[in-house]
Design a binder for this molecule. Structure first.
Ligand SMILES: [Fe+2]
Ligand SMILES: [Fe+2]
Length: 161
């Protein structure tokens, strides 16, 4: 798979999780916890493989990088808001929908603008990069280090005033 195909497939996972999370009701706290933790995990992995591998690879062919980095920070901030809310908070769905809208905008910009720009790297490079992204995605998904970072991050987000 080429790099843009790997990332687009992962965008579908993220968009699906946000849609499912937004559709939960205030009483479904277990389901919310499960989906929210999965979203945190997948978003961490996604942001990291882009920041670490994809964005540096397209730095010469895409003028959108600083905007994309700013949007990653915005997504992170909005995710922090969702993480801090009680699972039955009446504002939960509103905040999830705002995060969903930011993520939809960001992934749309990547898919419609940045990924076409990345085609300037050529098919071979995109295939090679796609393999690297998938390998890193697997490593981060199963690594104990990543789980530890997530636990710490969750703890930090919950105790922040
Ligand atoms: Fe991104
Ligand atoms: Fe992305």
């Amino acid at each position: 798979m080429k790099a843009d195909e790997v990332l687009t497939a992962h965008h579908d996972v993220l968009r699906g999780l946000l849609r499912d999370l937004a559709e939960t009701s205030d009483g479904q706290t277990d389901r919310r916890r499960e989906l929210r933790d999965e979203l945190l995990r997948e978003l961490e992995v996604h942001t990291q493989i882009e920041d670490e591998l994809f964005y540096p690879a397209v730095v010469d062919v895409s003028p959108l990088l600083s905007l994309a980095h700013a949007e990653h920070r915005q997504i992170d901030d909005q995710l922090a808001v969702v993480m801090r809310l009680a699972l039955d908070d009446p504002e939960f769905t509103t905040e999830v929908r705002m995060l969903e809208s930011t993520l939809r905008h960001h992934t749309f910009e990547e898919e419609e603008r940045m990924f076409p720009q990345s085609h300037a790297l050529g098919e071979r490079r995109l295939e090679e990069l796609g393999a690297q992204l998938q390998q890193r995605q697997r490593e981060l998904g199963r690594s104990g280090g990543m789980r530890l970072i997530m636990r710490l991050k969750r703890a930090t987000l919950r105790t922040r005033p």
